[in-house]
Write a protein that binds this ligand. Structure first.
Ligand code: ADP
Ligand code: MG
Length: 475
């Protein structure tokens, strides 16, 4: 914005003032500022949302008209709320610059640095379009717990093999849900193999495998590609569930057979067991299932805590001031339960926040920063009204009937059931429940609760009815 724009704005202000009067001007326009005049679009800002909507609905035409008298080319006015425009970006929006996500290596890394692959592998690795390896995903940084002991041991075993060794299990097939450490383990194998240069380990995502083949076939050097592929000792394929296409599958099948038959190691990860890879041909599935199939379970709380602790330790190497009290680690381990990615995300938030604000990490800050990563664990809050509505519908009476003083049997039983459910499913006290049922005494509620409790034990059809009601209320 140049000074002549500002001059225009000053003159427009005078016009406005003359047109609407000082009072109105002071109320609605005094704090309006010119942000920019770009082409036919004029950007103005006000300090509050309320001002914005008021000006928009009451003075938009007048404002535009006043501007057009000064600058005839203005065709559009964009009104923004200033605090949102001018404030520096909040820490969260900046986080990605500060801390790179696992699969994306940008400036700052939180994890342990390991030297990149030694030369011997890289030619093959590159020629075959080997997927990039994340130096943080190594055995050193992998935390072993109950859910992954077997998978870890098998991966270690594979990684320690030497050229010409008898292969113990082939393929090694690891499956687990998202974020439970499959990629971490597979890349650990690749790093370990490459570090000793003892064997050529090729790590490929299923996608890379597909594109590698497609590209090679297009370039008509499929033969060379296969030759190169056969030159490797360990083939590691991640996310096999993404393997698609008849040709790709056929090639995958050949490769798998060729490697296994010639005693080379194959390691596979997928989000499901071989038998559930529906898109794959039955023969491939059984070949995959013919080695060692290991499942990794979800991360237990203890393991989550250990992973967090290790991560903080690693992050400290790069960010010496970064310190997370164990109360905060315990809090995250308890509340962020989904998977390893969310744990990492949670720590990245804390790191970004502490770097950007220079403030120490506290429990309070953690609670604020990671709120949205916490899966709501507590059961749904059930309202008494809701119980009354559902019960009334079930027994074909009205909600008013339940609250009334009527004592006919067709109303008494549903009313008792509703009171019983209110006691069972809410935290309301007996007197409170009594009040909500047309101002009844708490002894009446207690009587109803006992009555239904007794009946449920002896009357299976009532017990069933109540189960159905409960289910309706709970989901
Ligand atoms: P997957 O490939 O199964 O979806 P990843 O291997 O990408 O999961 O793991 C997700 C995140 O959790 C990564 O940052 C990874 O380092 C971390 N993680 C998972 N399990 C462990 C573990 N046992 N020890 C250390 N970090 C782990
Ligand atoms: Mg993965």
């Amino acid at each position: 914005m140049n000074s002549s724009d500002q001059d225009f704005w000053n003159r427009v202000r005078e016009r406005l003032k003359a047109s609407v009067g000082d009072d109105i001007f002071n109320s609605w326009f005094a704090r309006m500022e010119l942000e920019a005049l770009e082409g036919d679009t004029l950007r103005l800002s006000v300090p509050t949302r309320f001002l914005k909507s008021w000006v928009q609905s009451h003075y938009a035409d007048k404002l535009l008209a006043c501007w057009q008298e000064e600058v005839s080319t203005v065709a559009r006015i964009e009104l923004t709320v200033r605090s949102a425009v001018l404030k520096p970006l909040p820490p969260k929006a900046k986080a990605p610059e500060v801390v790179a996500p696992a699969n994306d290596k940008r400036e700052i890394k939180t994890g342990i640095e390991m030297p990149r692959a030694a030369a011997p592998i890289s030619a093959v690795h590159d020629a075959l379009g080997g997927s990039p390896l994340d130096p943080r995903l190594s055995f050193e940084s992998f935390v072993v717990g109950r859910s992954n002991t077997l998978a870890h041991a098998a991966a270690k075993q594979v990684a320690q093999g030497r050229r010409g060794d008898q292969v113990m299990f082939n393929p090694l097939y690891i499956h687990a849900g998202v974020g439970l450490g499959k990629t971490h383990l597979l890349q650990s194998i690749a790093w370990a193999g490459n570090a000793t240069a003892e064997r050529k380990v090729l790590y490929l995502t299923a996608e890379k495998f597909m594109y590698g083949f497609v590209a090679a076939l297009r370039a008509q050097n499929a033969l060379a590609f296969k030759e190169a592929l056969r030159a490797i000792d360990v083939l590691v394929i991640d996310d096999l569930q993404f393997l698609q296409g008849k040709n790709t599958q056929a090639e995958f099948c050949h490769t798998l057979n060729a490697l296994i038959d010639s005693g080379r190691q194959v390691v596979i990860a997928a989000d499901r067991p071989p038998s559930e890879l529906e898109t794959l041909d039955e023969r491939v599935r059984s070949r995959l299932a013919g080695g060692l199939v290991v499942e990794m379970g979800s991360l237990g709380e203890e393991l989550r805590f250990e992973i967090l602790k290790a991560r903080v330790g690693a992050a400290k190497a790069h960010h010496p001031g970064f310190d997370v009290p164990s109360a905060v680690l315990i809090y995250i381990a308890k509340t962020v339960t989904h998977n390893g990615r969310d744990l990492e995300g949670a720590l990245n938030r804390l790191l970004a926040h502490s770097k950007l604000t220079g403030q120490p990490v506290t429990l309070e800050m953690a609670e604020r920063e990671i709120r949205d990563l916490i899966r709501p664990q507590e059961p749904k809050r059930i309202k008494i009204e809701e119980i009354q509505r559902i019960v009334a519908r079930q027994y074909n009476v009205s909600r008013a009937d339940l609250l009334s003083s009527r004592r006919t049997a067709n109303v008494v039983r549903p009313r008792q059931v509703a009171m019983y459910l209110a006691k069972l499913l809410t935290l309301r006290s007996l007197p409170e429940i009594g009040r909500r049922f047309g101002g009844r005494d708490h002894t009446t509620v207690l009587h109803a609760v006992r009555k239904i409790e007794n009946l449920v034990n002896n009357d299976t059809s009532l017990a069933e009815e109540i189960e159905i009601l409960k289910r309706q209320l709970q989901d």
